[in-house]
Design a protein around this ligand. Structure first.
Ligand SMILES: C[S@@+](CC[C@H](N)C(=O)[O-])C[C@H]1O[C@@H](n2cnc3c(N)ncnc32)[C@H](O)[C@@H]1O
Length: 183
């Protein structure tokens, strides 16, 4: 819990935590795509139309439902009627709450998250112990965009990111390589 407080450094302005505003590059999404072939409709619950999750999933032929708090769509209060899988990069300041809700929804999901301290929490220990989950581990750290207009992701967090998934990956741990020359 202490580590969560340090890594989240909450500084909330108008219901937004600036530490949660960083956006995922395409190269971090590509390695996941081949595991999503069975899912026709994908819900991206922390995303707007500019999100590369939305764009890449649509490009790969999925129907994408995207929702975001700034459009009045709070992940903790809504759920689309029909969808097959949930994919995104969630607000890290809410990782316990997000994982808790995802496991309760009990749909396949893939969430990109910082790996530091992911198992160092009683709440998450219990969630991981009591639910099926898998991890996708990368050969390199992912950099993030501060806004979608940037040419290259310039934000380099001091931790690696992994996908935590539920009933998506074929093994409990999968290793994938990322190509940082992609955007
Ligand atoms: C780490 S960012 C990632 C954005 C996008 N998924 C991406 O990867 O490019 C998480 C986003 O979730 C939004 N968010 C925070 N709380 C939310 C909530 N309760 N419901 C929906 N979106 C929320 C934040 O404003 C932020 O834009």
């Amino acid at each position: 819990m202490k580590l969560d407080l340090i890594t989240n450094k909450r500084n909330i302005e108008k219901n937004m935590n600036p530490n949660d505003e960083f956006y995922t590059p395409i190269y971090a999404i590509k390695p996941l795509l081949k595991y999503l072939d069975n899912y026709k409709t994908i819900w991206c619950p922390f995303d707007n139309e500019d999100s590369y999750f939305v764009k890449e999933l649509e490009k790969a032929g999925h129907k994408v439902i995207y929702t975001h708090i700034l459009n009045g769509e709070d992940f903790f209060e809504i759920e689309p009627d029909n969808y097959d899988c949930i994919v995104s990069n969630p607000p890290y300041s809410l990782k316990n709450e997000v994982l808790n809700r995802l496991f309760k929804l009990n749909k396949p999901f893939a969430m990109l998250m910082g790996v530091v301290g992911i198992f160092e929490s009683k709440t998450r220990f219990d969630l991981f112990k009591n639910n099926n989950f898998e991890i996708m581990y990368f050969n390199k750290r992912i950099s993030y965009f501060r806004n979608y207009e940037e040419e290259k992701p310039m934000l380099n967090p001091p931790f690696s990111s992994v996908y935590i998934t539920h009933n998506v990956l074929p093994k409990q741990i999968i290793f994938e390589e990322i190509e940082k020359s992609d955007k």
